[in-house]
Design a protein around this ligand. Structure first.
Ligand code: MTE
Length: 475
């Protein structure tokens, strides 16, 4: 891949559409679903990462080859029918028959036509499905909220559907003087307290972790899908600590402990708790948390990597030093180029990705497209997103869809007229602190290539003349 450095200044944009573009031209084949056959999954099965990479790339190539034939067919489909379009001229079955009764689905489900939009596990990434990841299908989502059933999952010891009447949250001190009145809360105790609701993203620190050294996976679901955003409802942890008489001057850290079998414990600095942002949450998008996401209670730590958002939360301990738990001393640490590890780097820095067009999709014809993506920062609100279609030589400022909230996903869009020539699509986000998302070259100069966590480099999608979109890296 050519080594281009995205240094260009962005051109401010005022036009709503690309001048001269026909808004009905330009059609896109959405990311292929199920691009691995059962045989290919079998090949990569035993957790061998190199196998996985090779298989993903082969699968992406195979899909590209397969869709090339489909391209002609799709183009033919689009040719105008001289007799008119029967779907608008003739009676439809759905317009001339009785529909389903109310409450046919007491809990509503997506349309059967949307069954390809699902979270996906990456076969071979982990040895055991109960200690694994499923990725959110970012390529198919709109706006900023992740439907709860498509929220990514990361479990270290499987998920549990805990009986809320038996769930307890204990608050205590590592020394008696840190918490005057240690308490055990039931769900009922917590849910009677005045609630707050806020929208925040959660990103696993390992998101984009497979791409540190090179291109590894073909679609945005796998490169960036350990990312989701919800409206969370709960009680500020600070309020609960105050009820328990916690000494918030002497306290320096808290330890959050999960109720599953993974012994998930994380240290959180007390300043984050004092800010009022850290929440003991039971609500997600207007209903109770899903079991996979920590039902009935999880910690919400806005801006901080997902591992600190302890699920099935059962205990908070107030203390005066970091706990060096296994998931912060040995795991979730940053391998630096000199071989040393960095611990407690928990903030998710400013990052963005174009979700459409994105890897595995195909532009079926030239013409008008809306480039659309997501930007976020663990340090506050997104200030601006620039988009390049030439690999970072020229940049144009994208439109930010409202709302633009702190530590929340922000949707950006940019109209684009594809002229049918190869293109390199990139987005570069800047947050309210002035932090600008780095290019791969800049990030690797500081962090090397062998880390797993906190990869926030600029993503590049290469659009080939065939319209195929592939994952590439530009330094
Ligand atoms: N909490 C417990 N108790 N057990 C876990 O395995 N996984 C952590 C965190 N909290 C985990 C947990 C990790 S690594 C991440 S990225 C997030 O939960 C994922 O949250 P989600 O599954 O709701 O997306």
């Amino acid at each position: 891949m050519s080594k281009l450095r995205p240094t260009g200044e962005a051109t401010p944009r005022t036009d709503p559409l690309v001048p001269g573009a026909d808004a009905l031209s330009g059609r896109l084949r959405r990311a292929p679903e199920n691009f691995l056959t059962p045989e290919e999954i079998g090949q990569v099965g035993k957790g061998r990462r190199d196998f996985l990479r090779a298989s993903f790339l082969a699968a992406a190539g195979a899909t590209a080859a397969a869709t090339l034939g489909g391209r002609t067919a799709a183009a033919a489909d689009a040719a105008p029918n001289p007799a008119g379009d029967p779907d608008i001229l003739k009676p439809t079955p759905w317009g001339s028959s009785l529909g389903q009764p109310v409450a046919a689905n007491p809990y509503g489900l997506p349309s059967k036509h949307e069954r390809g939009l699902v979270r996906r596990q990456s076969p071979g990434l982990t040895q055991v499905p109960a200690a694994s990841v499923s990725f959110a299908p970012l390529q198919g989502l709109f706006g900023i909220i992740t439907p709860s059933g498509l929220h990514f999952e990361r479990h270290h010891q499987g998920w549990q559907d805990i009986d809320p009447t038996r769930h307890r949250l204990m608050i205590n001190g590592s020394r008696p003087e840190f918490v005057k009145t240690p308490r055990v809360y039931t769900m009922d105790d917590i849910m009677r307290l005045p609630p707050v609701s806020r929208m925040h993203f959660i990103e696993c620190g390992a998101n984009t972790g497979m791409e540190w050294g090179n291109v590894a996976v073909p679609t945005v679901q796998y490169t960036h899908g350990m990312l989701s955003c919800s409206e969370f409802t709960g009680v500020p942890l600070r309020t609960l600590l105050e009820y328990c008489g916690a000494d918030l001057k002497a306290a320096k850290f808290i330890l959050a402990e999960g109720g599953d079998g993974s012994s998930m414990t994380r240290t959180i600095p007390i300043e984050l708790v004092m800010s009022g942002e850290v929440m003991v949450a039971y609500g997600q998008n207007g209903e109770m948390l899903r079991p996979e996401n920590g039902y009935p209670l999880r910690l919400v730590v806005p801006g901080v990597q997902g591992v600190s958002w302890v699920k099935w939360l059962r205990r908070i301990e107030v203390g005066d030093r970091p706990y060096a738990a296994k998931d912060e001393a040995v795991h979730y640490i940053d391998l630096m180029p000199d071989g040393q590890h960095r611990q407690y780097t928990s903030i998710q820095e400013c990052k963005s990705v174009i979700t459409s067009p994105s890897g595995g999709q195909q532009l079926l014809d030239k013409g008008f497209f809306t480039i659309s993506g997501l930007a976020w920062s663990g340090r506050g609100a997104i200030k601006r997103v620039d988009v390049s279609v030439d690999g970072g030589i020229n940049w144009t400022e994208a439109t930010l869809q409202t709302p633009v909230l702190s530590k929340c996903l922000t949707r950006f869009t940019l109209p684009w007229n594809w002229d049918g020539r190869p293109a390199l699509l990139q987005s570069r986000a800047m947050d309210e602190t002035g932090f600008v998302q780095p290019a791969y070259g800049q990030l690797r100069a500081v962090r090397g290539t062998r880390s797993i966590y906190h990869n926030n480099a600029i993503q590049t999608w290469q659009v080939a003349e065939s319209g195929d979109v592939n994952n590439v890296q530009i330094l």
